[in-house]
Design a protein around this ligand. Structure first.
Ligand code: ATP
Length: 378
């Protein structure tokens, strides 16, 4: 079953959330999700808008009740606990800081409400201020802080109650791109130093890849694949996941040769040589997923024997450069293949003035190794 693991600290079982749809029927925003989250990990729920991420997170936080299914945290069924009794805290995208309270009082708020003794409150607030390195700003009001600093106050406030589970809803969504990148690593370091288990929701794949130990890719209320960022990127198991994460060339074709040690896949412009067997049969329709950075491009054809090549003319195509996007560290080429379809090829700009300079309308050869592709059957 997708998402099952033996060592679940947070175990989600057959969770369903239905809403009444516009035509009066029911609509499943979360459709029978089972998932295990490990203690101490940062788990990201990633998916397009409307796929059900927030609905799932809200049920974990106790803000919404499941239609059916169970949520077990550290062996305890959460359905038996009122939201305020749950050892869970949620940090909202808007941070929801109290504007009239100082940073110190914002962090202390939940602790005071819990009725903790004054000295314990003070001790915890000081520890949190130190953790997020905002000791100097304790008496400032939120509007006197930058977006990144406010985000750290919100995090300190969420962690002050020492939750077993921290929920983050688009944690960096309110920050601009550069600050977001800097803050991602900072946030991970703080969360890891406290050791709290964390589930975050994001539609930003870079954020999920940078911050999470594992990612669950969601679509239409279901989790399609769970894996480390590397597994999700390099070994997607479906067309949706391959296409959703990063840049990819998807080529539909037919399994033409099916051997235990390799397969050949005939597509419109290319015959692929894949250096491993797959579960399938000859004549079966399959999709080849090929990441742009796995492809080499040059004005000259590949030299046999120079690298790990498939038997010529497999895994190569000649085309014309129709477009180029220069990103500085790399360039993305759009190579038009004989059928008119575009092959995206990304090349690192390792040299400032390469001999093999390519430009618009140049003819070029593209090729890739037998291990470059992922063959998708769904
Ligand atoms: P986004 O990234 O845009 O926030 P999401 O993946 O978090 O999207 P949800 O907010 O969980 O998606 O919504 C999932 C689906 O459930 C959507 O189609 C949404 O319109 C619907 N939905 C969410 N809340 C309600 C509600 N209270 N009543 C009816 N439908 C709802």
């Amino acid at each position: 079953m997708v998402g099952q693991a033996a060592d679940g600290f947070l175990s989600i079982r057959h969770l369903v959330k239905e809403f009444v749809s516009d035509d009066g029927g029911t609509f499943r925003a979360v459709d029978d999700i089972s998932l295990d989250i490990r203690k101490g990990e940062i788990f990201a729920l990633l998916g397009p808008s409307g796929c059900g991420k927030t609905s799932l997170l809200r049920m974990l936080g106790g803000f919404d009740l499941p239609t059916s299914g169970s949520i077990i945290l550290g062996g305890q069924d959460l359905a038996q606990l009122a939201p305020f009794e749950r050892p869970i805290n949620m940090m909202f995208q808007s941070y929801a800081l109290f504007p009239h309270l100082s940073v110190w009082d914002n962090i202390a708020f939940g602790l005071k409400r819990e009725g903790l003794p004054k000295d314990v409150v003070a001790e915890r607030v000081e520890a949190m201020l130190k953790l997020v390195q905002l000791g100097k700003f304790a008496q400032r009001k939120p509007h006197q802080m930058s977006g990144g600093q406010q985000q750290r106050v919100a995090l300190a406030r969420s962690l002050a109650k020492q939750p077993k589970l921290l929920l983050l809803d688009e944690p960096l969504g309110a920050l601009d791109k550069k600050l977001r990148e800097e803050t991602q690593i900072e946030l991970v370091n703080i969360i890891e130093s406290v050791g709290v288990t964390c589930v975050m929701v994001t539609h930003d794949q870079e954020e999920a890849m940078t911050m999470a130990s594992r990612i669950g890719i969601m679509s239409e209320g279901s989790i399609l694949q769970v894996g480390t960022p590397n597994e999700i990127y390099e070994t997607p198991t479906s067309r949706f996941v391959a296409d959703f994460i990063g840049n990819v060339n998807l080529m539909d074709g037919t399994l033409a040769v099916d051997e235990a040690s390799h397969v050949e896949i005939q597509c419109d412009d290319v015959r692929h040589w894949v250096g491993h067997g797959i579960t399938g049969h000859e004549g079966m329709p399959v999709t080849v997923a090929l990441r742009p950075e796995k492809i080499r491009i040059s004005p000259r054809p590949p030299v046999p024997g120079e690298e790990d090549l498939a038997p010529a003319p497999l895994n190569q195509v000649k085309g014309k450069i129709k477009d180029m996007v220069y990103f500085g560290s790399d360039t993305l080429y759009h190579l038009q293949m004989p059928s008119g379809a575009i092959l995206k090829v990304s090349q690192s700009n390792t040299e400032r003035h390469p001999d093999d300079h390519l430009t618009w309308d140049d003819e070029a050869y593209a090729w890739w190794t037998p291990s470059a592709h992922v063959v998708l059957t769904q």
